[in-house]
Design a protein around this ligand. Structure first.
Ligand SMILES: C[S@@+](CC[C@H](N)C(=O)[O-])C[C@H]1O[C@@H](n2cnc3c(N)ncnc32)[C@H](O)[C@@H]1O
Length: 259
């Protein structure tokens, strides 16, 4: 398997083998692991196989396709997940495979929790991923936490001068311009799946549906064809982007629009 590697310190690319140094022992991974190889999440964020590029999502790898400068997550089409493997000795033979998809190993974990918080390399932070299939309409989180008068990068705006710092995993749900969850606002503020979400898929919502002006705007890397690129709050959207969000904006944004 020809593989290349990005963003991975202490990793070395060798033809046909992806190697990395961990605990002073050389390790290797391939899309199919030998049965006797002990596996645990490894250090790479992205690697390119013969036919596809894979990106780390927690301890899994998901296939990506090119979308210009971006890579598009294709988990909806291909639910294969890869577990990086690191061996504690270097005696294992390289596995050769023509087709990575045929050799993919699904790594659904037996967690009882519906979602997990895992690292996301490309935004140097964390994200929330589904552990199991989540059906459209499933309730995921209720918003609760300390109320602040000023926004922070973590708060969700619930009134013109009130911002909740969410408790629990909700705080790690990232933004997407084509999100798979959204808030509903009565009686409490609750996050629901808006479409079926596959195991390993990241949960996202559209921050511009709840934030009028964000404390700390950021460059979006959701790679959606609808990406607004700079996420800075509903106020800064153009009229087309505003009308696309008409049905999902919070009562706070709606009130601000009327003022
Ligand atoms: C509420 S936090 C979400 C959790 C965050 N990733 C973390 O680990 O702390 C919001 C911050 O995550 C980052 N973020 C969220 N969605 C993003 C996206 N689509 N693109 C780039 N950065 C994003 C931004 O830095 C943003 O200020």
């Amino acid at each position: 398997m020809a593989a290349t590697l990005a963003k991975v310190p202490a990793c070395v690319l060798k033809t046909g083998i992806l190697t990395s140094l961990r605990n002073n022992s050389w390790a290797r991974c391939s899309s199919k692991m030998p049965n006797n190889m002990s596996t645990f999440p490894f250090l790479c964020s992205v690697f390119r196989g013969k036919n596809s590029t894979f990106q780390r999502s927690g301890d899994r790898f998901v296939r990506l396709v090119d979308q210009g400068n971006c890579k598009m997550d294709t988990r909806q089409q291909s639910n294969y997940a890869f577990r990086g493997a690191v061996s504690t000795n270097n005696a294992l033979e390289e596995q050769k495979h023509d087709n990575e998809e045929e050799t993919a190993q699904e790594t659904l974990r037996p967690d009882e929790d519906v979602v997990s918080v895992v690292p996301r390399a490309d935004i140097s932070g964390k994200c929330v991923v589904a552990n199991t299939e989540i059906k459209a309409g499933t309730h995921l989180f209720t918003l609760y936490g300390d109320k602040l008068r000023e926004p922070t990068p973590y708060t969700i705006q619930v009134a013109s001068r009130a911002h909740i710092h969410p408790e629990g995993k909700l705080i790690f749900v990232n933004h997407s311009c084509s999100p798979n969850t959204r808030f509903q606002y009565t009686p409490s503020w609750d996050l629901y799946a808006v479409r079926d979400i596959l195991p390993g898929e990241e949960l996202t919502f559209d921050y511009t549906t709840t934030e009028w002006q964000m404390a700390q705007p950021f460059q979006c890397n959701c790679c959606s064809t609808k990406c607004i690129h700079k996420v800075q709050g509903f106020y800064f959207l153009n009229s087309e982007q505003k009308s696309e969000r008409e049905g999902v904006i919070s009562p706070v944004i709606r009130k601000q629009l009327q003022e």
